[in-house]
Ligand binder design. Structure first.
Ligand code: WTA
Length: 635
């Protein structure tokens, strides 16, 4: 069994141990899993190339650690409880044995379609059980899954599939989200028009809308599953064999294919799940994220299932059919741990207290948040109205690249403080550095958040682009992993995450690169250039503010042009990337070397007029004009 910390002094002790002897610390935890062959070296690393290898030459299959490890004791216990979008529709519950059999059947399907170890399988599915089955079946046969959030456009899906050179795409006829039906198959068809590698498409029937099945390319999930055997010998994987690719946005250029490997990710997600949430056997745990993002990968599927937990998977949204949907689910299933995002909390807070106050939710023991800084108002509301003042809040800081939670209280053990992620988990060594790269020690310091020592769950590379991996994370401050976040350490030694300090914006907890949105805006024939920055937003945390240079725009038709730009962004990326505000400007403030001065544009979009030095601009006069335009637009 994975060791569980249960007291504050226990935490401090484990932390000390993990720093003094990291390899001893992690190998003790790793030994609690099934290995087909033990590792020969616990860690081999340097942050220069960079090279990170954990549990070197160890052999395993992660699904064997989910299923075979738990079947004897938990075969008849639910693994996944699936709650549909529509509360009137029956739920679906999969015990460990049933899930195991479905995964094995689908592993046979993949194999029969020619998928082999190392092949990439793209998954573009709504939050239905087949998503969990598909990803685990990939892991069972050693194929690398690349899950694309079902809100992404055809172009975004095609770009990811092309980068990963995915062989197969798994989708559904459609998906339900609140009162909307999403035509996924149609989008997948359009993506395949642009695809350079996908040979076959497997389609799950979810909504029953008529779809076009292309002969010799498209097959139905349910037809393929018929008659497949319920056992499948798991493929032996090296600890460092890839488990999955997950695309995420960075400061520049196209999305990055973050690559996670098998052994380290397994050990890290299971350990952090158990300790952060203080999961107890037979608890019902509900993470309301989407599996299309890292939170769903690590804390709906891998972490909980590796621990033999009961993981609740919800298809819908918090406000459908009414803004008490989460509370209803929590009461219905007697949920013990609940994990969501600050955005969801703010959205529900805005609906009024009456929606939550009528639910007692006595089963709740732990509340978690992730994805963006949580403001104090939302923290208190969550604590008082959802947790009724009884439940500790674990504000968990981490990233797609970190694989699992890095800085967070352990529930009920590390005292919490509103808006603080508090202390690093054992094995995690954060450092704060200033712009010059000097480490800032002690209390009450603020700067760039870096990590100075590897942990098992960290990303190993970017798919097909190790150079970019090095540049993005290990070059800003040589010898350190740079997170892209600003952070403060207070007088208690507690960490407070201040948000991104690069050109990534965090909209409703979704990471978006400003460059991606600019590229999409610039595709419009009337747009000469654009600059996108984040702006404060009451519900979303950050909104998207776009400055657009469109000198030939027809007079009086600015709103029409705005609408057409917004449509363009939805089509090229996703509706989540739509600008909240578009300001037309004559020019963008630029330095002599032609770089856009984003610092100034960011300030203007927050309504500030404290710009610091503008003397390095080639066109300082434009700043006043942009401010006037901002005031007019936002009065
Ligand atoms: C932000 C999500 C403040 C941060 C798991 C990070 C947070 C980015 C928190 C990663 C938190 C995540 N407090 N900020 N508790 N958790 N973030 O890759 O800016 O989608 O760099 O991973 O979200 O977003 P990603």
């Amino acid at each position: 069994m994975i060791p569980k910390i249960s007291t504050l002094s226990g935490y401090l002790h484990e932390y000390q141990k993990s720093v003094a002897n990291p390899t001893g610390f992690w190998s003790n935890i790793a030994e609690t899993f099934y290995w087909r062959k033990p590792w020969v070296k616990t860690l081999d690393w340097n942050f220069d190339e960079p090279k990170i290898e954990w549990f070197k030459e160890g052999k395993l299959n992660i699904t064997e650690n989910i299923f075979e490890r738990h079947l004897f004791l938990r075969g008849n216990q639910p693994a996944i409880i699936w709650e549909p979008n529509d509360p009137e529709e029956p739920n679906r519950i999969f015990t460990y044995r049933q899930l195991y059999e479905e995964v094995n059947k689908f592993a046979h399907v993949l194999q029969s379609m020619g998928v082999k170890k190392g092949d990439r399988v793209a998954i573009y599915l709504p939050m239905i059980p087949e998503l969990a089955i598909a990803m685990l079946a990939c892991a069972r046969i050693g194929a690398i899954h690349s899950i694309v959030f079902a809100g992404f456009s055809a172009k975004a899906l095609a770009d990811r599939n092309n980068d990963a050179q995915a062989k197969i795409l798994i989708t559904a006829d459609g998906g339900y989200r609140g009162d909307k039906t999403i035509p996924l198959k149609e989008t997948a068809d359009a993506a395949l028009e642009m695809s350079t590698s996908v040979e076959k498409m497997i389609v799950v029937k979810r909504t029953g809308v008529p779809v076009n099945m292309k002969e010799n390319r498209d097959v139905w999930w349910h037809e393929m599953m018929t008659g497949k055997p319920v056992s499948f010998e798991p493929v032996t994987m090296d600890a460092e064999d890839p488990l999955f690719i997950l695309y995420t946005s960075g400061s520049t250029g196209k999305p990055k294919g973050v690559l996670h490997t098998t052994g380290g990710y397994m050990v890290y997600t299971a350990y952090t799940f158990k300790n952060v949430f203080q999961y107890r056997s037979n608890d019902v745990y509900f993470c309301a994220a989407d599996i299309g993002w890292i939170t769903g990968h690590s804390y709906i599927i891998y972490g909980p299932l590796l621990e033999g937990a009961i993981s609740l998977m919800f298809e819908g949204i918090p406000t459908y059919p009414a803004p008490d949907r989460y509370w209803q689910i929590i009461e219905k299933y007697k949920v013990n741990e609940f994990y969501t995002s600050p955005t969801a909390i703010r959205a529900l807070l805005a609906q009024g207290e009456e929606w939550v106050d009528k639910y007692e939710m006595p089963s709740l023991r732990v509340l978690g948040t992730v994805g963006e800084p949580i403001n104090e108002e939302a923290w208190h509301w969550y604590h008082d109205h959802v947790g009724k003042g009884r439940c500790p809040i674990v504000d968990t800081w981490w990233q797609t690249e970190t694989g699992g939670i890095m800085i967070s209280p352990l529930a009920g053990i590390v005292p919490t403080k509103p808006a603080y992620a508090t202390l690093p988990l054992p094995g995690v060594r954060p450092v704060i550095v200033n712009q010059e790269g000097e480490k800032l020690y002690g209390k009450n310091v603020e700067g760039n958040l870096c990590i100075e020592f590897p942990w098992p769950g960290m990303a190993r590379t970017l798919w097909g682009d190790h150079k970019r991996f090095k540049e993005a994370y290990f070059s800003t401050f040589p010898g350190l992993y740079f997170t892209g976040d600003g952070v403060k350490r207070d007088e208690d030694g507690y960490y407070r995450i201040l948000g991104r300090i690069d050109d990534v914006i965090n909209v409703s907890g979704h990471r978006l690169g400003t460059a991606e949105i600019e590229n999409a805006l610039n595709e419009h024939p009337l747009v000469a250039e654009s600059a996108v920055v984040g702006m404060p937003h009451d519900i979303k945390g950050q909104g998207i503010y776009a400055y657009v240079v469109a000198p030939e725009r027809p007079e009086g038709l600015e709103d029409e042009l705005r609408q057409s730009l917004i449509k363009g962004v939805s089509k090229l990326i996703s509706p989540i990337a739509k600008p909240d505000q578009i300001q037309f400007v004559d020019a963008l403030p630029k330095t002599r070397s032609g770089k856009i001065m984003r610092r100034i544009l960011r300030k203007i979009a927050t309504g500030s007029d404290d710009f610091g030095d503008t003397s390095t601009l080639t066109n300082p006069e434009i700043v006043d004009k942009i401010i006037k335009g901002y005031e007019k637009l936002n009065q």
